[in-house]
Design a protein around this ligand. Structure first.
Ligand code: ZN
Ligand code: ZN
Length: 736
């Protein structure tokens, strides 16, 4: 029935959509009825209710008409018009229509309208509840879903196999194991526990609540298993760091004759990435190609990440280039792959390509992946640019990005900027505190590191083993032996943290630095665990500084025994011999290296000028400004000699003539980089250099002189720590 008397209440709704409403009415074929109504309104308003209504207002539109039009409606306006019309025709009390309207409004994101209909419903049934729950789920309102579910139970509406998945998903999203378990109990009581759809949702919920054991239990209890169910559990294992179990399950599934889908494949490949299992990963890649999964975006992304994590960055890049579509995840995987495999320059190159790519916007994961590349290269300007980008893009500075920024600023030589980021963090975790303490440590600011550590303790944040590495190495870089001992014993006594190899090597370094070489050896011999390379390496460095050949040999032989493929130890041993002129022994070490096919890692220094990183090798003449650099070197050498600098030739590995040695020292990579920095930056600005190896004694000495002559602050980061040269002095007090 078309009841005209109801209309004035709805006037405002209707006239807002006047034109569209007319079109809609055409569709409804109720034009005649509506014009009668309009005529009625018109006569009423023009003659103050005097005129008599002539036409028959009865129109045959039933709820099925509305439903069929609603089903096919693809825009919000149509839904609104139909809604207005049901108010007019009083069909709005129909629970089928209510359900449909709730679904449609939720689909278009009009949650308020959906809620309004739902709450005004006279007697909501399970379908209406489901429509509301699914609508809320679409809009990401997990808490509202759970409370609506409890309201549903209270009003004695029985949930069904569509209710449970929506509610379980919400429990997973807020990781509420307690609610999840209670709903699991309801599932069993309502007899839905064998439903595949509900089973997969239960597994997914337990996985998200990090309770993989419970997920497994649900899985085991299912009488039949489809690919969705298998995949839920495989994803669960892989996401919770149990890659082995995930892969085993994958093979079981295939043996059981269930074919994987693209999500199963992506998870199995991610499991290989976690395990570093390149061989298995390649087998899965072959399977992907045979079964036509290679065009799937998530499978492609997982393959790129797997090859990159397993060290095959070139293959990863080839796949990346071949991908028909790429999203942010693909780019992030490629950047992280390069950064983690030590190809920092490549990582930055891919990042700049990403910035130019169409329809791609770097996210916080990108920032966390690319910042370590800046740290590695000491690329201060690019790192600062990324920090600005994070602010400009309005990203909320989360803990991992802020911590990556702290690490970047500290490693790029600006501990002050690192501290600014640290102070601005609204929330800090133990990793951020440790990063800041470590930042102070590597710059030799021992006191700042320790005072920050005590502030951390005051705030109630519990330090972990990594924090103690930062604290102990801060003590060691600053030569604070007593404090070092105190913290070393405190970590096991007060915090029940068992010292690891890294903690022991900090202590050996502290003892060695203070010249207690025999005590250091004694300490190593009394260690409750097998000393690793860091421990012997620390002793070897001390022996090099204090010129103790005997102990140095002991340390170096241990190192070569533990890691015979690492050329640096042979070089250190050879350096110790050559410093004492024991050329016969030098030759023996060198032939040992040759026999084992080892080459000395070439020294390489980086400097960033105008946001571009320049790399220099020993005696490098490939740089476009080479001529200028070498003529400047000549001028400087003269000035340095006048100021009293004498080249110390015992840092050259080879047994060569003294004059030739001096020439080789003259062209060490760090000197070339420093001079390039001097000629290409404004006077007064600090020069920042990064070196891939430890800075040699002669370069260290020369840099002291250069800092004074050129009146520049020179900041050198070597493999071990930072050296701030100023006015002829270095912050490390010549011990490193
Ligand atoms: Zn050098
Ligand atoms: Zn130094």
């Amino acid at each position: 029935m078309f009841d005209a008397s109801f209309l004035p209440k709805c006037m405002s709704v209707i006239f807002l959509e006047w034109r569209l409403l007319q079109q809609c009415l055409l569709k409804l074929r109720v034009r005649q009825g509506f014009s009668c109504y309009m005529h009625h309104i018109h006569t009423q308003t023009s003659s103050s209710g005097g005129g008599k209504h002539q036409c028959n207002p009865t129109v045959t539109v039933d709820s099925m008409h509305y439903l069929s039009i609603l089903n096919s409606s693809t825009n919000l306006n149509t839904v609104k018009q139909l809604h207005a019309l049901t108010l007019v025709t009083r069909y709005h009390r129909n629970v089928f229509l209510e359900t449909k309207f709730v679904s449609k409004y939720a689909m278009f994101g009009c949650l308020e309208s959906a809620r309004l209909i739902f709450h005004k419903s006279y007697k909501p049934d399970v379908f209406l509840y489901n429509a509301m729950l699914i609508g809320l789920s679409r809009s990401g309102k997990p808490r509202e879903i759970i409370s609506l579910y409890y309201r549903m139970r209270k009003s004695n509406v029985q949930p069904d196999n569509f209710t449970f998945p929506a509610v379980l998903k919400a429990c997973g999203e807020i990781r509420s194991l307690q609610d999840g378990k209670e709903i699991h109990y309801h599932v069993v009581k309502s007899g839905f526990e064998l439903n595949l759809f509900v089973g997969a949702a239960l597994i997914d919920m337990y996985v998200k609540c990090q309770s993989v054991e419970d997920a497994r239990q649900v899985f085991e209890n299912m009488p039949t298993r489809d690919v969705v169910l298998w995949t839920s559990l495989i994803v669960g294992y892989v996401q919770n760091g149990c890659a082995n179990e995930g892969l085993q399950l994958f093979h079981q599934m295939r043996l059981g004759g269930v074919n994987p889908d693209s999500l199963t494949m992506a998870s199995a490949i991610s499991a290989c990435a976690q395990l570093g299992g390149l061989k298995e990963g390649k087998r899965l890649h072959a399977f992907v190609i045979r079964n036509g999964f290679e065009l799937d975006l998530s499978v492609g992304n997982s393959l790129v990440a797997m090859y990159a994590k397993c060290g095959s960055v070139d293959v990863a890049h080839q796949l990346f280039d071949m991908m028909p579509d790429r999203n942010e995840i693909s780019w992030n995987a490629m950047i992280a792959g390069y950064a983690q495999n030590g190809h920092a320059k490549e990582a930055l190159r891919i990042f700049s390509q990403m910035l130019e790519a169409h329809n791609i916007k770097p996210d916080l994961v990108t920032m966390v992946s690319v910042l370590p590349a800046c740290s590695h290269l000491g690329a201060f300007q690019q790192g600062t640019w990324i920090h600005d980008y994070v602010i400009r893009s309005g990203f909320e500075l989360n803990v991992s990005v802020a911590t990556a920024l702290i690490d970047m600023y500290a490693k790029c030589g600006s501990v002050g900027h690192a501290r600014q980021v640290f102070d601005k963090m609204p929330k800090r975790d133990v990793v951020s505190w440790s990063a800041m303490i470590s930042g102070y440590g590597m710059h030799g600011h021992g006191k700042d590191a320790l005072s920050l550590f005590s502030r951390m303790q005051q705030t109630g944040m519990k330090p972990n083993d990594v924090t103690f590495i930062s604290v102990l190495s801060a003590c060691s870089h600053a030569g604070m032996l007593d404090e070092g001992w105190r913290y070393f014993s405190s970590m096991s006594q007060d915090y029940c943290i068992k010292p690891r190899g890294e903690h022991y090597s900090c202590m050996v370094d502290l003892l060695g630095r203070a010249g207690f070489l025999d005590e250091a050896l004694d300490f190593i011999n009394k260690m409750p665990l097998e000393p690793h390379v860091g421990v012997w390496g620390a002793l070897l460095s001390a022996c090099r500084i204090y010129r103790n050949i005997e102990l140095g040999e002991v340390a170096a032989r241990h190192l070569i025994e533990i890691d015979p493929g690492h050329s640096a130890y042979y070089v250190l041993l050879s350096n110790i011999y050559s410093a004492e002129g024991r050329w016969h022994d030098v030759a023996k070490v060198r032939s040992m290296m040759r026999d084992r096919g080892l080459k000395k890692t070439p020294g390489c220094s980086f400097i960033e000028v105008n946001a571009k990183v320049h790399a220099f090798l020993v005696g490098d003449r490939s740089h476009p400004q080479s001529e200028k650099i070498y003529s400047m070197l000549e001028v400087l050498s003269g000035q340095m000699a006048e100021a009293g600098y004498v080249p110390s030739t015992n840092f050259v590995l080879h047994d060569v003539e003294e004059e030739a040695k001096e020439h080789m020292l003259g062209t060490h990579s760090e000197k070339l980089a420093i001079i390039f920095g001097l000629i290409s930056t404004n006077s007064g600005t600090p020069v920042r250099i990064t070196k891939n190896l430890r800075v040699c004694g002669d370069c260290h000495n020369a840099t002291r002189f250069i800092s004074k002559i050129a009146k520049r602050e020179i900041i050198v980061r070597d493999l071990n720590r930072f050296h701030h040269f100023k006015d002829g002095f270095c912050s490390c007090n010549d011990y490193w």
